[in-house]
Design a protein around this ligand. Structure first.
Ligand code: SAH
Ligand code: SF4
Length: 425
């Protein structure tokens, strides 16, 4: 096991770097999370000639990511005899669902399990105009933000691209949102925005284009920029017009401020950026977002100013959790406006009432205080709506996600994975 020490002052926490994917004991390869070119090379390694591998990979990719099938038998434009050949060598995985909960406000939370037995969560938040899936990037988090329940977990491991894109696919399964399974040749390729499929009509509850799941936020468990490559590869599959086909304008990545990775995120992923600012003074931010001791506020705001693609039409969101008597004064609000103007940032501010969890040391600011804070920021010409907490009754709101997964030794993980495979026969 490789150990990389975290160099955040006061937080010396060795992080095990996980393997890309846990090998399956039956030797089959899970195709979910793989780009088309990789599927083609696997087919070629399995014995197809280059031309056939390319054609088949195109077909398989379409069935996996555009049609959402989970069984090779459903791939009707692939020769009948070829389908068992594929099934012997490959699987079409989904994260295992351990528990599904629905909040009184319609928010849904799923407890998911990786094939090596780690638990993580994803949340779906429907509202009148959109349906947002909140996706996790890691099991646990290294960063220990003081107000965040996930931050009390240690990092168990990074999620793989398959486990990240798998959350989106599982949500489409659960919401019944895959288009009909017409063969590839008859299906128009969707480009950019999701296409309106005839058979999606009953799902028109939330959006004009008929889909429930319209937006994705990388705001579940974990810090996405500490799992950069996997998050990038997964989001590329989500954005691919021939695959899940969700526009990058409908995807937001939230970071607590991993400055050195922000430019790459802009260049290589290019989705909307949200930054968990939460304080405008060094003293308070050092306390509540310890990463600030490594990358300070000025450096962070400069990285935001340099973020490619940010404009008035695509503003950067600053998330600001409202903590009573900590970061919620009039001076804080005025300083927030000053900083945003000083760095000339195309920005909006999202004020998040603190969501409590057992053992948290903070309290939420009073509604009057939040209102006043919001008015001052609005008064400075910057939009600062207050986010309505969603799914609090099922612990699905921002910062409430936490699972019982613990960091285990590699030997223990291998033993558990073996036991599980044996139990599955
Ligand atoms: N790790 C990333 C993304 C996940 S957290 C990040 O920190 O940006 C999503 C948002 O919820 C972040 O802005 C986070 O700071 C905020 N949050 C965490 N705990 C919270 C809590 N208890 N109440 C309200 N918001 C919280
Ligand atoms: Fe990690 Fe984000 Fe929670 Fe901070 S707020 S501990 S970065 S998940």
């Amino acid at each position: 096991m490789q150990i990389t020490p975290m160099a955040i002052p006061g937080h010396i926490d060795p992080v095990p770097v996980p393997r890309e994917v846990t090998a399956r004991s039956d030797g089959r390869v899970d195709l979910i999370g793989l780009p088309r070119a990789r599927i083609a090379s696997l087919l070629a390694e399995a014995g197809l000639d280059a031309k056939a591998a390319k054609l088949r990979s195109r077909q398989v990719y379409h069935w996996l990511y555009h049609r959402g099938v989970t069984d090779f038998e459903a791939m009707t434009d692939i020769a009948k005899a070829m389908r068992p050949w594929l099934a012997e060598r490959f699987v079409i995985g989904r994260p295992e669902i351990i528990e599904a909960q629905v909040s009184t406000d319609g928010t849904r939370k799923w407890l998911l399990r990786t094939s090596d037995a780690h638990d993580y969560e994803m949340v779906f938040i429907p509202d009148e105009t959109r349906g947002t899936l909140c996706v996790s990037s890691q099991v646990g988090c290294t960063l220990n933000c003081r107000f965040c329940h996930t931050g009390t977990m240690r990092l168990v491991r990074n999620l793989t691209p398959g486990e990240i894109v798998g959350q989106v696919m599982l949500a489409r399964d659960a919401l019944g949102e895959w288009p009909g399974s017409a063969p590839l040749l008859d299906a128009p390729a969707a480009i950019g925005e999701p296409a309106l499929d005839d058979d999606d009509e009953e799902a028109s509850e939330y959006t004009a284009d008929g889909r429930l799941l319209t937006n994705i936020v990388m705001m579940g468990m974990g810090e996405p920029l500490y799992n950069f490559e996997h998050v990038r590869d997964a989001l590329q599959l989500v954005m691919d017009g021939e695959g899940l086909a969700l526009s990058k304008r409908r995807i937001t990545l939230s970071t607590s401020g991993v400055v050195p990775m922000m430019a790459r995120a802009g260049a290589e992923i290019g989705v909307n950026l949200a930054v968990s600012l939460h304080s405008v003074t060094k003293e308070v931010r050092d306390e509540i977002v310890p990463l600030n001791r490594k990358y300070g506020i000025e450096e962070l705001l400069q990285a935001c100013a340099d973020y490619p693609g940010a404009s008035n039409a695509r503003r950067i969101t600053f998330e600001y959790v409202m903590l009573k008597d900590k970061n919620d004064s009039d001076e804080d609000a005025r300083e927030l406006v000053r900083l945003i103007k000083h760095y000339k940032l195309p920005a909006k501010v999202n004020l998040i009432p603190f969501n409590p969890w057992p053992g948290a040391q903070y309290e939420c600011s009073t509604p009057d205080r939040i209102k006043r804070f919001s008015q001052i920021v609005f008064g400075g010409g910057i939009s600062a709506p207050v986010r309505t907490p969603r799914g609090r009754d099922i612990d699905a709101a921002c910062g409430q996600l936490k699972t019982a997964s613990e960091r285990k030794s590699r030997a223990e993980l291998d033993r558990l994975a073996e036991e599980k495979q044996a139990a599955l026969g």
